[in-house]
Structure formats: structure tokens, C-alpha cells
Design a protein around this ligand. Sequence first.
Ligand code: COI
Length: 342
Amino acid sequence: MKGPKKGIEWEKLGFGFSDVNCHLRMTWKNGRWSKPKFVKDPSITLHIGAACLHYGQECFEGIKAFRQKSGKIVIFRPDENGKRMYRTAERTCMPPIPVDTFVECCRAVVKRNSEFVPPYETGGSMYLRPLLIGTGPQIGVAPAKEYTFLIMVMPVGSYYKGGIKPVRAVIFDEWDRAAPHGMGDVKVGGNYAAGIFAHEKAKREGWPVELYLDAASHRYIEEFATSNFAGISKSGVYVTPDSPSILPSITNMSLKQCAKDLGIKVECRPVPYSELKKFDAVAALGTAVVITPVWEITRGKDVIKISSPNEVHPILQKLYDRVRGIQYGTIADKHGWCFEVK
Ligand code: COI
């Protein structure tokens, strides 16, 4: 495995695209997947009638790889992302990638780009973006007959500026993210497209993130536009919504386990909006955002001040330190979450 490439200003990295050695590409035709290829050129040529362009037949994942203190490079829980992409592919009538193949593809593309995994001390990571798209031309609405699977990788820093710095959030009642019995529980681009308009408005008006309520009644908390929701109750319980229309987040799954390991009680249940003001802390949870505390939430005239903009609740800090410690190899990985790249 190569050491970090010289000449990159690792500390200045944000969450954006940068060029690396190659990405991985695999195609599906005549009922089978090809062997993976490693391609330098980051652009792809698509048929003008590709199903992903017209009917949104696509899905993606977000995964991180870390350079640990010992120098080892590991990928965090790619098997869980592989299982989630398998479910999303089935839901969108695309040929699923076997989970073992998915994990091997992740390892292979990180290995070929190992000098772009940020140095341990910088707190950065390599972001992997697996993408499955319907590439065959499809003019009537139906599944495509050809598909492409890609894994793009790049070194990244924090998603929101400032690492674990609390942010403000907003709820807009005018727009929903996912309908009951819709696609909210799988990772399709359309779920994010549904939020772009609201997201741009939120950013313009000073909120880096939006929180969505359930589309049917607007009485229950679902998730943030980019990530899951958790609240810490006055009695120190980790509370996270149980809903069929939110994405089963691998970060949330890991934090629930970390909480249990630390003796923190976990409740996964419907969370009414009225409970928001009772929380001592709220956070957005995801691969990209890790744990981002949310100190204030605005809904119309209702401004709920949850915590202070300058403080991180000790339970959130403990969970953050635990999961980051496992990822960077300073805390024992007793659940086998880190997949080494050799
Ligand atoms: C991730 O957390 O990896 C995601 O895919 C969310 C995306 C909006 C950045």
C-alpha cells in the first residue's frame, strides 16, 4: 500500500471531487456482469436513451476508507453498503451485485488509489461512491437491458465546514422527501433530487440542513435531507426514528451498537415532532456527515433551541470518539467493521 501522495494540502480538503488514478467500471449485458476494469478517464459515454437519464433508474452508496494509526488502510463496513445496494437494485429492477463482489470491488479500487487515502493525523478519509445505472436505451417505461456499475473514489475532509461543529436546521412544511410506500428506504438519486429545491432555499436563508417530517401527517420526525436523525433525551437515551420511509443508515446502525457497548440506552421508535423540544441534543448521522450536532431547528414561527452552538453534548462526543476511534484503529474493532485493504 502506498503512503499519502506528496503535494496535496490534506488539511484543506472539503467534500468535493478531485482526480485520482482510476475508478472501477463493470458492465451488465446478456444477463451477466463483466469482470471489473479500472479506468482513468472520469467521464463516461452514455446512450442518449439510457434509462438512468430518462426514468431515474439508478442507485448509489457512500462509504469511507481510512488510513489508520498503524498505517493500515481499512474500509468501514462495505458489506453493509453492499447489502443495501443489493436491496435498492431489487427495488428498482436492476441486476444486483453479489455482496462479496461488491466488497472485493471496493477493496480493489481503494488499493489502486491508496496514495489518495489521507494521512492519519489529518482526520480525512477516502470517500467511495458506488453507482449503479441503467445504461441501455429504454424509451417506453421499463427496466433497461444493460447496466453499468462504477465506483468513484476521492479524498475528502468534513461535509460541513468545521468538523463536529453544531449547525442549524430547518423544517419546510411545503415539501416532503419520501412518500409512504415510496422509495425513502432505498438509496436512489430521486430521494435527493426531491430535496434540492428546499436545500437551496435553506442554504440561502442560513440553514445548512433540512429536517423532514413524515409525508402523510407531518407529525413524526423522519430524517435530514442528507442523513439520519438521533436525539439524546434528558435521561441520556439515544432516540432514533423507526419509519419505513427513511434510509437504513449504516452510520446510525453503527452508532446504535456503539451506544449499547457504552451502556447508553437506545430507543428506535416513532418520534413525534412535539418531542423535539424535550431533547438535550440532536444530531445528523451519515457516512458523509459522520455525527453533526444540530443546535437549533426552525419550523415556520417555531424556533426550537436545542443546545448551544458552541458545545457538543457529552454523549454525542463519546459516540463520535468511539466510531472515529474504531475507524482510525485506536479503539479495538470488536465487531469486525473494518475491512483491511492489502
Ligand atoms: C453519504 O453520507 O455518504 C451520502 O450518500 C449522503 C450524501 C448526501 C452525501
